[in-house]
Design a protein around this ligand. Structure first.
Ligand code: SF4
Length: 1011
């Protein structure tokens, strides 16, 4: 028997193996011959995962004598096939960088330098700081006297860098402390994806998976430059193109994505809803929609209640005093039994599709063209090409990223793509859906584990003060349906919530004490505890200390002058990081006197990805295990160990000294040490006692086989119900699976059902019941995802095992929605049931031609002496600024700016501008320029390029400039963050800041450093 090097590893059945091993009863000669001439001979090979974008490319890490000597792409990873982009290719140099943090560092108040300390000293002092602050500021009740048991003066920020297991113990700790100012990178990258996609389809995640893009007949990339920022995604789009798909890139600037697409359409940043609203009008007027799908699977036929209206940019129900909508005005009309009234003939004037037609009737070609700057010819090209997928055997996919999310209408940008997909029947099928290209390496998993103030793990709303008991909470958040064909899956929420509380409090969570519900901190209803508000409250001296892990907010949060001043005001700060960055070293940034900064800083060196084990989840929800290849560099530790030690030290202090409301901490069922494998089992969940379900017996301590088995009575635990089923007694840790076998049906659509594990319940394509007709026959038999054959489903794991709609016992396909249908009309979002075009908070125009309402009427506006907004059409700031990432640098660049090859390729801050604007301003290519807004200014090198073009907006020339957001002052000395000029304005649903459109001016710098 002879084997290749990869085959050899597989035969060992492990993700980590020594290539020098032999005498296993197999002929190793070919392997040895192959390895002999290579530097990796005798090295241990481990599978790890790139820590940058959410493609989560698997990598092979080779280590010898405890040191990484090589990192290369894993050819067995279906998504990358062994490919890596520039960042992934730099993993060895980043892991072994001399700039890594390797020792705990301490900065005393007013000190001018870091001092080395040992872990014990640091941890003891951190625990003391946390306990003292908690004891001092803990709030048992709020202003109305309701029990809230929370701590407002301490925050936690980050981290999408951690594994799912680290996130699980982190979340448990933060809630135990009572912290409500709790947020991570999802807030600033993809927070709109969850409420937008959930409102459309029921869940907030990317609907399909990366490889599935190869099945599309048309791909519309808007708000993403995926060729550069999610390179492995683009590989699958190019496969589709090779097979004849039409690929369109609608984006303010020309990029590598544009270059490889069939069509690039420049659009003024912030006007995507206008363009897509025009597409809705086009689809409805030209009857391009997939009528059978629309009638059966969407709420097109539902009757909207008579209280609903839309006039001149405003939906019914606006309360000017509160600055909010009363959403009860958007309710559906119901019959006496509580069933939503429907008109399947779609003729009733108040059925959703007609209300929708009326809504988008204003979005004619002339108006859309004048708002967006897109020519009418280009609009028609996109509308025609994309709407051609509204046929049973065709599929179209939307691909988006931060270009959609980072707007004051971020949620509604995504919602509108969901409306178009519903009209065209592009949901649940191969090549359809909406590809939310998540950002950071595990932002999907850490969103599932809810490192965000508003959720508990598994997408349960964080309790608020108006729900004082578990029963009241569950009544409010558990929907009821009277329709027997609606699965209404969220009716199971109580089981998941109780199982979560059991996982947190173990034996201490009993039915009698509401399973410890009173120990979970309660927010004030409607209050916002996200990034923008955390920094505003910090700036206003309401926050005293905090924890920040794997996050660089002094670089990445808008209006960074204010953010940095706010950071200066902290009494103490704990940071876990891999490298120094603008946040760790804010106290010694240019222009400030460190002696005047009072903050006591504890800087904890973190292990890097290949130095630890655990799971991460890519955008397509694939939960994958990565192995530890080497020990952490120097004295660095993985963050899971740090969280566990902090929590246990604080607990020890409470046990020894007592203190304020210690129960959430002392009664926690918290691990004594961090072991990723053990936490993965906790995340899946156990039976807490011997239990019988459906005649089957389970023993105490046995793993729960899947979330349908979770119980309401406290007999099960699970730290995150959507991951329940990923670690079973029968098959072990399914995230470790590396099996690439496929049936012919699966091979046709690039489905790898046995590679890793996917939530929920290993279902690869969400809503796949919508890919078949009401009898279960695939709409496109050539690319079938599932099919009802001989009384059962075959193919992917069906989204609900019940028969198809027309069969006995059949159910609607959108099982997460109370009414079982995808929602064209979405009554649950803060800014309206239909997406509507509003201008960005800062706009170069003075009138919105689509209505009398200029801006999103409920957008979040932060007010302080440092939060100024330019007025509409402000002549001092006539240029639109948009921001973006680069292939060579990731997010704030705090890691990748330490990679010599990456820096060589992209060494400095720059601003892209058109030749026309450059001429107008007397700027030459390569000049240093000042980019200025009402919030401040920053310096950049001018890149004069035809990739950016001026727009004609309502008859006037509007210029746009673009800047990367990955450069900062700490290293290299090449310009500071773009966020010195951006705005503190948030989408009303999630408070994601509007990074992608603000007003600036540019001028040639009179000397090289003006700042
Ligand atoms: S950054 Fe993304 S595409 Fe590049 S190697 Fe890493 S995971 Fe793959």
């Amino acid at each position: 028997m002879s084997v290749s090097r990869r085959g050899f590893i597989k035969l060992l059945g492990a993700g980590s193996a020594c290539l020098g091993l032999s005498k296993l009863g197999i002929e190793l000669a070919p392997t040895q011959a192959y390895a002999a001439g290579l530097k990796i001979e005798g090295a241990k090979e481990s599978i790890s995962i790139c820590p940058f974008c959410s493609c989560c490319c698997n990598v092979l890490v080779h280590a010898k004598d405890g040191k990484i000597i090589n990192v290369e792409g894993d050819p067995d990873y279906p998504i990358s096939g062994g490919g890596l982009c520039a960042k992934g290719a730099s993993l060895k140099s980043l892991h072994t960088s001399p700039q890594r943090l390797t020792k705990p560092l301490y900065r005393a108040p007013g000190a001018t330098k870091w001092v080395e300390k040992d872990w014990d000293w640091m941890m003891e002092r951190i625990a003391r700081r946390i306990k003292d602050q908690r004891d001092k500021d803990f709030m048992p009740t709020n202003a109305t006297g309701a029990v809230v048991n929370r701590l407002e003066s301490v925050f936690h920020l980050g981290s999408s860098q951690v594994s799912n297991e680290e996130a699980a113990v982190l979340h448990q700790m933060i809630r135990a402390f009572g912290i409500v100012h709790f947020d991570h990178q999802a807030r600033i990258c993809h927070s709109p994806s969850v409420p937008a996609l959930a409102e459309c389809f029921g869940r907030g995640a990317m609907t399909n998976h990366y490889c599935d893009l190869a099945n599309s007949d048309a791909v519309l990339i808007m708000g993403s430059n995926c060729a550069e920022h999610h390179p492995m995604t683009f590989k699958w789009i190019l496969k589709a193109k090779e097979k004849g798909a039409f690929v369109m890139h609608v984006d303010p600037k020309f990029s590598r994505t544009s270059a490889r697409s069939n069509l690039h359409v420049p659009i003024r940043s912030g006007t995507d809803i206008a363009m897509m609203g025009g597409m809705v009008k086009y689809i409805l007027e030209n009857k391009k929609y997939f009528a059978e799908f629309v009638v059966n699977y969407t709420n097109a036929s539902f009757l909207v209640g008579e209280k609903y209206s839309f006039k001149d940019g405003m939906f019914a129900g606006f309360d000017a005093a509160k600055g909010k909508y009363d959403k009860s005005f958007w309710a559906f009309e119901k019959d006496e039994k509580g069933m939503v009234k429907r008109d399947k003939t779609l003729t009733h004037p108040r059925c959703v599709i007609n209300v929708m037609r009326d809504h988008y009737s204003r979005y004619d070609l002339d108006t859309v063209s004048s708002v967006t700057g897109v020519s009418k010819a280009d609009l028609l090209k996109v509308y025609e090409a994309y709407s051609a997928t509204g046929k049973p055997d065709k599929a179209g996919a939307f691909v988006y990223a931060l270009g959609w999310t980072q707007h004051s209408v971020g949620v509604q940008n995504i919602r509108l793509s969901g409306l178009i997909q519903q009209l065209l029947g592009n949901v649940g099928n191969a090549g359809g859906g909406i590809a939310a290209l998540r950002g950071e390496p595990n932002v999907q998993g850490t969103t599932d584990h809810a490192l965000l103030y508003g959720y508990l793990p598994g997408y349960h709303s964080t309790p608020t003060a108006n729900f004082q008991t578990l029963d009241a909470y569950l009544k409010a958040y558990t929907p009821k349906s009277v329709d027997p064909m609606s699965v209404n899956w969220w009716q199971n929420r109580p089981k998941y919530m109780v199982s979560l509380l059991k996982s947190w409090y173990g034996e201490n969570a009993t039915k009698e004490n509401d399973f410890g519900y009173s120990w979970v901190p309660k927010m004030d209803p409607g209050e916002d505890y996200s990034h923008l508000y955390i920094f505003d409250r910090m700036y206003k001296d309401k926050i005293k200390g905090g924890l920040c892990f794997g996050h660089n907010p002094c670089q990445t949060i808008p209006n960074s002058h204010k953010v940095r001043k706010a950071w200066d005001k902290l009494d103490w700060l704990v940071i876990g990081e891999v490298f120094h960055n603008e946040t760790t070293d804010n106290w010694r940034r240019p222009g400030v006197d460190p002696k005047k900064c009072k903050t006591e800083v504890f800087l904890l060196p973190s292990a890097y990805r290949a130095e630890k084990a655990g799971t991460v989840s890519n955008s397509g929800r694939w939960q994958m295990w990565h192995y530890k290849a080497v020990e952490p560099l120097g004295k660095s530790r993985n963050m899971g160990e740090m969280f566990v030690e902090i929590m246990n030290r604080v607990r020890d202090l409470y046990k020894k000294e007592g203190g304020t409301f210690p129960e959430p901490i002392t009664k926690s069922d918290y691990p004594a040490t961090f072991d990723a494998e053990a936490v993965a089992r906790r995340v899946n969940g156990y039976f807490t006692r011997d239990t019988t379900i459906g005649g089957k017996q389970y023993k105490k301590g046995q793993l729960v086989p899947g979330f349908p088995n979770l119980q309401l009575d406290g007999s099960t635990s699970s730290m995150c119900w959507v991951y329940c089923g990923g670690y079973t007694e029968a098959e072990g840790n399914l995230a470790k699976r590396r099996d690439l076998t496929q049936t012919p049906m699966q091979a046709k659509i690039h489905l790898y059902p046995k590679f890793a594990w996917v939530w929920p319940m290993d279902r690869r394509i969400l809503y796949n019941r919508a890919s078949v007709d009401v009898n279960g026959k695939p709409y496109n038999p050539e690319k079938a995802v599932i099919a009802w054959e001989n009384g059962k489903w075959v193919g992917d794991v069906p989204d609900g095992g019940q028969p198809p709609m027309a069969m006995k016992g059949g159910v609607y396909p959108f099982i997460m929605h109370t009414e079982g249908h995808a929602q064209l009309f979405g009554p649950g979002r803060e800014d309206g049931p239909f997406p509507e075009h509003y201008e960005p908070a800062e706009t170069p125009i003075t009138r919105n031609p689509l209505s009398g309402q200029m801006h999103n009427p409920v957008m979040k506006i932060i007010k302080s002496d440092m939060d100024e907004l330019a007025k509409n059409g402000d002549p001092r700031f006539p240029i639109v600024l948009t921001t973006y990432s680069l292939t060579e640098h990731w997010c704030s660049g705090s890691e990748t700016r330490n990679g010599p090859a990456l820096l060589e390729a992209e060494p400095q801050q720059y601003v892209e501008m058109s030749p026309q604007l450059a001429k107008e301003k007397g700027i030459n290519n390569g000049d240093v320029v000042i980019v200025e807004s009402l919030r401040g200014k920053t310096e950049a090198v001018a890149m004069v390029t035809v990739r950016v073009k001026p727009f004609t907006i309502m008859g006037k020339t509007v210029h746009l400039v673009g800047m990367p957001f990955c450069f900062g002052w700490s290293k290299p000395k090449c310009g500071d963050t773009t966020n010195r000029v951006t705005v503190s304005i948030g989408d009303p649903n999630t408070s994601i800041p509007e990074y992608k459109a603000c007003l600036v001016n540019v001028k040639k710098a009179t000397k090289v450093t003006e700042l």
